[in-house]
Design a protein around this ligand. Structure first.
Ligand code: AMP
Length: 216
């Protein structure tokens, strides 16, 4: 089974992807996490990645598609993938479809998260992420047990540099111009299901479980 989680930054894709990957025993592939890991290194590719991410811009398709295809060729992805943050452009969506066809695979469902712009901005400004394992927290709705420390791995929590207000604005603009058109792309394939992404994490989990017919 291959599932895409589509939605703007702050919609809760990462949180729900982790839940679904565990529940359905699928690999959680998040291009943002992949890029953040590589961006910490000191190579020309890392510098290129940082230069786009810091500005809230999309990493060019050619780099993104190459890294994504390498990642899904790893053994843990053989049984299926939850795609989190990929695809984000029409070219990426087509490249993924073509790569899956070559392997006799396909995208089964695309879950489109619907969250108001106001709510996205509130969430992103209160979001912090583990510097090591990338687990997401929210200062108000899902704080860590010990302030500033990850419950899962004990590493310090950080606010992502690209969650700064100006960059958030840019990322949302990029989402609505470059990524939102994918809603129609997957609707035309009969794969899109929209889910209200507002409310608590448990509320959204229930809605997703219901559209995917998963027992809680
Ligand atoms: P995310 O963690 O998904 O919000 O991604 C963080 C940043 O990584 C984005 O703002 C982009 O700069 C880059 N990025 C992640 N996924 C993609 C993608 N599929 N295409 C292009 N850039 C991406």
């Amino acid at each position: 089974m291959n599932i895409i989680l589509l939605g703007p930054p702050g919609a809760g894709k990462g949180t729900q992807a982790a839940y679904l990957a565990k529940k359905l025993k699928l690999a959680h592939v998040a291009t943002g996490d992949l890029f953040r890991k590589v961006a910490k290194e000191r190579t020309p590719l890392s510098e290129t990645l940082r230069s786009y991410m810091e500005k809230g811009l999309l990493v060019p398709d050619e780099i993104t598609i190459r890294m994504l295809l390498q990642r899904i060729a790893e053994p843990d992805a053989a049984g299926g993938v939850i795609f989190d943050g990929f695809p984000r452009t029409n070219t990426q969506a087509r490249a993924l479809d073509e790569a899956l066809v070559r392997e006799n695979k396909k995208i089964d469902k695309v879950i489109n998260f619907e969250v108001s712009r106001k709510e996205l901005i509130t969430r992103l400004s209160a979001r912090c992420t583990c510097s090591q394992c990338q687990a997401p927290y929210h200062i108000i709705t899902s704080p860590p047990k010990v302030a500033g420390i990850c419950d899962r791995c004990g590493a310090p929590l950080l606010q992502r540099a690209d969650d700064a207000p100006e960059t958030v604005k840019k990322r949302l603009e990029v989402y609505f111009t470059e990524t939102a058109p994918l809603i129609d792309y997957y609707k035309a394939q009969g794969k899109l299901v929209s889910v209200n992404g507002e409310g608590t994490v448990a509320d959204v989990e229930k809605r997703i479980a219901s559209v995917l017919n998963i027992k809680k």
